[in-house]
Every structure is written in structure tokens, then in C-alpha cells.
Design a protein around this ligand. Structure first.
Ligand SMILES: [Zn+2]
Ligand SMILES: [Zn+2]
Length: 101
């Protein structure tokens, strides 16, 4: 079974379900500010999704000083999460929780 590891600031905690990982990242870690537009988002998947869906790859590379390899790596994380996760469940859990979105 795939283990999902929280990579935020080298945290390293692992989760059996990707939904648990995303909820963890959105609630246990500080929110992240998008370096392109300044929007504050839950860190982890939601921050990555925002960066790639709202901004061009070139904007991302400039703002984050990222290499092409880093961009590819983050895109592949986003894709593998989207293949595995029930994002609807995650959003329901976050909205139903005390933290909210
Ligand atoms: Zn974590
Ligand atoms: Zn942004």
C-alpha cells in the first residue's frame, strides 16, 4: 500500500490515505502565501494546485526560483494526488471541521 509522506519543511509524517495527508497539511501546518499573487492558502496540495492552475509555469519558476526539475516534480505530485484522492471528501472534511478553509 502506498504511503503518503508529508514533505512540508521535511516533516516526514506518513499517512495511509492521501485524503488524510491533505487534511493534515491544510490543518496542522501554517498556511502558505502564494509568491506570485500573495493569496494565502492551505499548504501542501492546495498550494501546489493553486500555483499551477492560476499561474503559468514561467511565473511559478520566476517567483519560486524553481528549476524545471522542481516544477516537474511538483506537477507529478499534484497528478498522483489527483489520481488517488477524493478531493470532494477532503473539502467536505475541511469545511466541516473547526479550522475551515
Ligand atoms: Zn506535516
Ligand atoms: Zn497565486
Amino acid at each position: 500500500m502506498t504511503q503518503w509522506e508529508c514533505a512540508i519543511e521535511g516533516h516526514g509524517e506518513t499517512f495511509d490515505r492521501v485524503e488524510d495527508l491533505i487534511v493534515h497539511q491544510a490543518t496542522a501546518h501554517d498556511r502558505a502565501e502564494c509568491k506570485v499573487c500573495g493569496t494565502v492558502l492551505p499548504d501542501g496540495y492546495f498550494a501546489i494546485r493553486h500555483a499551477f492552475e492560476e499561474h503559468s509555469r514561467a511565473e511559478y519558476v520566476r517567483a519560486y526560483d524553481a528549476t524545471a526539475a522542481e516544477v516537474r516534480q511538483r506537477e507529478s505530485v499534484k497528478e498522483s494526488i489527483e489520481e488517488s484522492a477524493d478531493i470532494r471528501e477532503v473539502i467536505d472534511r475541511l469545511e466541516g471541521g473547526t479550522g475551515g478553509l
